[in-house]
Ligand binder design. Structure first.
Ligand code: GLU
Length: 303
C-alpha cells in the first residue's frame, strides 16, 4: 500500500519554436511514464518568458503532439494566464522575498575574485539582501536562501540517482521576478506543478541543476515534493543540447504518418533505450508503453 496520491505527470514546453527530436524525447518519456503508471498526463505551455515566445509555436507544438498520437488529459494551460497565482506565491513567501537593484554586470563584476558555482551559475553575492543601496531601484525580486555554506538540497533522481547541491554556494538568493518584469521560470514551474497536483516530473537532464532551487521553493511554499526523472538530452554534432535556438529541425511539417513514425517516434524511443518495432503510430504506443514499464524496475521508483 502506498499513501501517495495518484500519478499526475506533465510535459511543459516553452513555445520558442516547433517540437523537434530533442523536445520529443522529453515529451515521450513523460507520456510513457504517465501511461505506464496509469496516471494522467498534462500539457502546460510555459510561455512566461514572453520575450522568447514565437507566435504560433504553442499551437504548432500541440498539433505535433496530436499527430504523434499523444493525447493529454484535461485542458492545456498557459503560464501567461496565471500571473495571479505567481503574485499570490510571492505574498506567501513574504519575508523571504526582497527587491534587488543589481545589474547583470554588477553581479558578474562581483564574481571576479570569487569562483562561480560548478554549474557556471553566477552566484548572487547578496548585495541587496539587507536593503537596497542608496540610489538603487528595485528591479527584480529575489528569494533568500540560507547563507553559505549550508543549504544543501538533495533528491534521488529516478534515472541519474542521488543529486545534491548547496544552493547557497552554487546559486545564492535567486530571482523569482525578473528585472524585465517577467516571472522567473523557477517560481512559475513550482507554483504550477503544485497547483496542478503534479506528482511526477519527467524532463531533460539539462534542468537537473534547477531542481534543488525548485525543492527549496516547494518547501518554502509548503508544497509536496514530486519525484523526478531527468532523461538524457539529445546533443547536436558539437555536443550541445539540441534546441530550437541551435537549429533543431521540426520533424513533422504535416508529413505522412509513416514518416513521423520512422523519422521521429522510433528514433526518440531508441534514444530512450526502448526496443520497439511498429508499422503504425497506434502500434508504436501499444508497444512502447509496456517497453517503458519493463524499464521501470531498473529505476528506483516506488512501484
Ligand atoms: N519549459 C521548459 C523547457 O521547455 C521545461 C520545464 C520543465 O519541464 O520543468 O525546457
Amino acid at each position: 500500500m502506498t499513501d501517495r496520491p495518484p500519478y499526475i505527470g506533465r510535459f511543459a514546453p516553452s513555445p520558442t519554436g516547433p517540437l523537434h527530436i530533442g523536445s520529443l524525447v522529453a515529451a515521450m518519456a513523460s507520456y510513457l511514464d504517465a501511461k505506464a503508471h496509469h496516471g494522467q498526463w498534462l500539457v502546460r505551455i510555459e510561455d512566461v518568458d514572453v520575450g522568447r515566445n514565437v507566435a504560433g509555436a504553442d499551437q504548432h507544438i500541440l498539433a505535433s503532439l496530436q499527430r504523434c498520437g499523444m493525447v493529454w488529459d484535461g485542458e492545456v494551460s498557459w503560464q501567461t494566464q496565471r500571473y495571479a497565482w505567481y503574485q499570490q506565491a510571492v505574498e506567501q513567501l513574504d519575508q523571504l522575498v526582497y527587491p534587488c537593484g543589481c545589474s547583470r554586470r554588477e553581479i558578474a563584476d562581483s564574481q571576479i575574485n570569487q569562483s562561480v558555482g560548478p554549474n557556471q551559475m553566477a552566484v548572487y553575492p547578496g548585495t541587496c539582501r539587507n536593503g537596497l543601496a542608496a540610489g538603487k531601484v528595485g528591479r527584480a525580486l529575489r528569494l533568500k536562501v540560507p547563507q553559505a555554506p549550508h543549504c544543501v538540497m538533495c533528491f534521488e533522481d529516478r534515472w541519474f540517482g542521488r543529486y545534491s547541491q548547496d544552493i547557497s554556494a552554487e546559486a545564492g538568493d535567486f530571482v523569482i521576478l525578473r528585472a524585465d518584469g517577467f516571472w522567473a521560470y523557477q517560481l512559475a514551474v513550482v507554483v504550477d506543478d503544485g497547483a496542478q497536483g503534479v506528482t511526477d516530473i519527467v524532463r531533460g537532464v539539462d534542468l537537473i541543476d534547477s531542481t534543488p532551487r525548485q525543492l527549496y521553493l516547494q518547501q518554502a511554499l509548503g508544497l509536496p515534493q514530486p519525484t523526478y526523472l531527468h532523461v538524457p538530452v539529445v546533443l547536436n554534432d558539437v555536443g550541445e543540447k539540441l534546441s530550437k535556438q541551435n537549429g533543431a529541425i521540426a520533424f513533422d511539417d504535416g508529413g505522412a504518418a509513416h514518416l513521423l513514425l520512422h523519422s521521429a517516434l522510433l528514433p526518440a524511443a531508441r534514444f530512450l533505450g526502448l526496443d520497439v518495432q511498429a508499422e503504425t503510430i497506434d502500434a508504436f504506443w501499444r508497444a512502447a508503453v509496456p517497453a517503458w514499464a519493463q524499464l521501470l524496475p531498473t529505476l528506483p521508483r516506488r512501484n
